[in-house]
Design a protein around this ligand. Structure first.
Ligand SMILES: C[S@@+](CC[C@H](N)C(=O)[O-])C[C@H]1O[C@@H](n2cnc3c(N)ncnc32)[C@H](O)[C@@H]1O
Length: 199
């Protein structure tokens, strides 16, 4: 599915997402784990931040200058209402050119929506946007080979792709990042989160 189609679907559920996820603990322990690896607390970026700004809250609490990016207009509009002081980018991560380097980048359950052929260039972009020692947290589909799946969520059709864990690790290594943590955190669901650090 092309990113603009994903955006249209998330526009439809942005308000529901905000109500449902504003105080959700989902992914927060994993974000806290990633933060522990950081040595610098300059800028941080949440890719596919959604409408609740829940990762932004944690990043700000840890004294990062937090920013959010999302392709969905509705997600961004709602996030801005909750966090008027924060910089938000309404952008497709596939096309966006990072304006600076970040101490931490999170992409929790967002880049798994990218078309398969966009996975590697986006991972490279995120690695390149890290400061030395910068930390990347992202989720992906597990397994050892690439695959694409689709499914219904809140009445909307969504598509997901993964390169497989081995390929993601290879991409991290070839873009000067090392894996700090990899976990099938919802096993037997095929959901993986990875923490990597710029070497
Ligand atoms: C499952 S939601 C997760 C939201 C947030 N990370 C959270 O955990 O609360 C996925 C988010 O990724 C965004 N997204 C999907 N594809 C994107 C893309 N190509 N560029 C930027 N954002 C994208 C969607 O608009 C949506 O807000």
């Amino acid at each position: 599915m092309e990113p603009n189609d994903t955006a249209t679907r998330y526009d439809q559920i942005a308000r529901w997402w905000q109500t449902e996820h504003q105080d959700s603990p989902y992914g927060i322990a994993q974000l806290e784990r990633a933060i522990k690896f950081t040595s610098l607390r300059h800028s941080a970026l949440d890719v596919g931040c959604g409408s609740s700004g829940r990762f932004i809250n944690i990043l700000s609490k840890h004294e990062f200058q937090a920013e959010g990016l999302d392709i969905s207009r509705e997600m961004i509009n709602l996030a801005k209402q909750l966090h008027p002081e924060v910089t938000f980018y309404m952008e497709d991560i596939c096309c966006w050119i990072p304006p600076k380097l970040y101490s931490l980048i999170s992409a929790w359950d967002s880049t798994f929506h990218l078309p398969l052929n966009a996975q590697e260039p986006v991972m490279k972009k995120l690695c390149d946007a890290l400061e030395p020692d910068g930390v990347l947290l992202f989720t992906c589909g597990g397994g050892h080979k690439n695959s694409e799946i689709s499914g219904a969520f809140q009445g909307q059709h969504f598509e997901y792709s993964t390169l497989g864990v081995d390929a993601f690790l290879r991409i991290l290594t070839s873009n000067h990042c090392t894996c700090r943590h990899l976990e099938y955190d919802q096993y037997p669901e095929n959901h993986v989160y990875i923490i990597a650090q710029k070497t």
